[in-house]
Structure formats: C-alpha cells, structure tokens
Design a protein around this ligand. Structure first.
Ligand SMILES: C[S@@+](CC[C@H](N)C(=O)[O-])C[C@H]1O[C@@H](n2cnc3c(N)ncnc32)[C@H](O)[C@@H]1O
Length: 276
C-alpha cells in the first residue's frame, strides 16, 4: 500500500510539472500572437474607404492577379499568394501597440534607419506607415526631401498628420492609398520602405505593380519582415516571412534582390532594386 501511495504522488507531481511547463510555454508563445489577433481588422470595410488622393494624369491600373482561395486559418484571410496565406491587416485600434516602448528592443529601429541609403533630397514612400513609427524616424535622413506615409486606413493617416503637426515635422506627408494600388504618380519616388506591412497587403501583386510604377528607374525597395526561418522570433507565423518567399514575390514584379542584412533582432532587412 505504501508503495502504491508513493507512486500516485509521484504521478501527481509529474502531472503538475507538465501542466506548469505547458502553461508557461503557451503564455510565452502567445504573447505576440494574442496581441496580433486582438488588433487584426477582420473585414475589408476599413480598407475599402475611398482614396482622397488619386494619382493625377495617369492611366496606370495594376493588372488584376488571380489568387487562390481556401478556408482561412487563424489570423489568416484564406487568400493564397505564391504559396503563402495573406494575413489579416492590423486595425487602427492597434496604434498604441505600434507605438509601444518595447519596440526599441525588439526591432532596433535606430539600426534599421542607419541601414537606409538615401540622398538628403530623396522622396521616400513608407507604405503601410500606420502611426508613422518609421516615417518620422527616417524623415531626419532626408532633410531636403520628404517621406510620404501611405496607408489604407484614414484613421492612420489622420494620426500621422496630427503627429507631424505636434512634432513640427514638415517633411512627412500622408497619402491614403487603395488596397490594390498605392496611387502615387509614375517615377515619383526614389525609394519605398515597408515595415511589418507587406505580408498584410490583401493584394500584394497589384500593390507591388503600382509601387514599381511609382519608383524611379534604379529606385530601391527596403522590405522589413519578421524572420520566418527563426522560431525564436515570437510573432504569429502569418506575420513572418522567409527570405526565399520575399525574393520570389519581388522577382515576379521585376525587382532585383540586392542583399539581405540580418543586423536587426527580429527582422530581415531586405533590399531590392528596380532596374535602370
Ligand atoms: C502592422 S502595421 C505596421 C505599421 C508601420 N509600418 C510600423 O511598422 O509601425 C501595417 C499597416 O499596413 C497597412 N496596410 C495594409 N494594407 C495596405 C495597403 N495595401 N496599402 C497601404 N497600407 C496598407 C495597415 O493599414 C497598417 O496600418
């Protein structure tokens, strides 16, 4: 009897330890996952608001791409582009999350901005600019140029405009794009940067066609995405991207991969170029 009792207590102890390990693992791995889920915009309502700023004097229209459809996975849209399920996009209600203090440690934005090679008078589009977290940081690099913060949510655009006024920054302006067209004039930008945004584009192919159109020959794309190859990056799978996937998706648009730097804690820093 005494031996059986001992065994029972041993098994209870093992069960408690296993339960604790599982709970702890779930808490850690879901940290960013739950945050993303709460912040996702599920419908296309917000995204379909009409654009206030349209490209003038241009007949350019992105060619529609045929995406595959399947049942949406958690946090996904069920829309497949080149083997990848497109994620839901982040709602403007998540502005505080974009502006969170921990981002300095998680993303090292200062280092990211140092990696950009821009002339002082360059015109740069920050596409999917959200609250302008990166737009305002990179504005210092182009004192005689400008940063155009492009987003599809008018609330994001309003936030960026208000912040520019508040900070007295004059070389950051906003632009409300469409979900399938950045709607910037042809050959009007020297560079485009997309941070944690491209994987959320509901029409990545059309968006990239329009960005390609807006870039000057030799113009550069900086694509920053959470590293999917690294299981240590605590971000939901659909909000991460492998380097190989990104290169494949840019190549189909005609963009040349120049290099990928991995000097950031969680993100790939990928550089692409439009041919001269
Ligand atoms: C996760 S937030 C990242 C914001 C910002 N780049 C940052 O790092 O703080 C992604 C943003 O992309 C925007 N977005 C989604 N699809 C877009 C599109 N087709 N064109 C422009 N912006 C888009 C969303 O509205 C959202 O503000």
């Amino acid at each position: 009897m005494r031996i059986e009792g001992k065994w029972i207590w041993s098994w209870v102890l093992v069960a408690v330890v296993v339960a604790m390990v599982i709970t702890n693992w779930k808490t850690n791995s879901n940290h960013s996952e739950d945050t993303h889920k709460q912040l996702a915009c599920t419908g296309e309502e917000a995204a379909n608001k009409p654009s206030k700023v349209l490209e003038k004097n241009s007949s350019f229209k992105p060619k529609p791409y045929k995406y595959q459809l399947r049942d949406a996975s958690r946090d996904g849209t069920g829309k497949i582009y080149m083997g990848r399920e497109i994620s839901q996009f982040m709602c403007h209600t998540g502005i505080n999350w974009l502006e969170r203090a921990e981002r300095e440690r998680e993303e090292n934005p200062k280092r990211a901005v140092q990696g950009l090679q821009l002339a002082e008078n360059a015109v740069v589009a920050d596409i999917g600019s959200g609250s302008g977290y990166y737009a305002f940081r990179l504005a210092q690099l182009v004192p005689t140029g400008k940063v155009i913060g492009v987003d599809i949510q008018s609330e994001m655009v309003d936030f960026l405009n208000n912040k520019a006024k508040e900070l007295g920054i004059e070389n950051v302006e906003s632009h409300l794009g469409k979900i399938d067209d950045v709607q910037l004039p042809g050959t009007s930008i020297d560079a485009a940067i997309m941070v944690d945004a491209y994987h959320e584009f509901s029409h990545p192919n059309e968006m990239m066609q329009s960005i390609y159109h807006a870039l000057k020959p030799g113009g550069v794309i900086y694509l920053l995405e959470y590293r999917a190859e690294d299981p240590g990056v605590p971000i939901k799978p659909l909000h991460k991207m492998t380097q190989a996937q990104a290169i494949k998706e840019m190549k189909v648009i005609g963009l040349k991969h120049i290099r990928t730097d991995d000097f950031l804690p969680w993100q790939h820093f990928m550089v692409f170029k439009k041919p001269q």
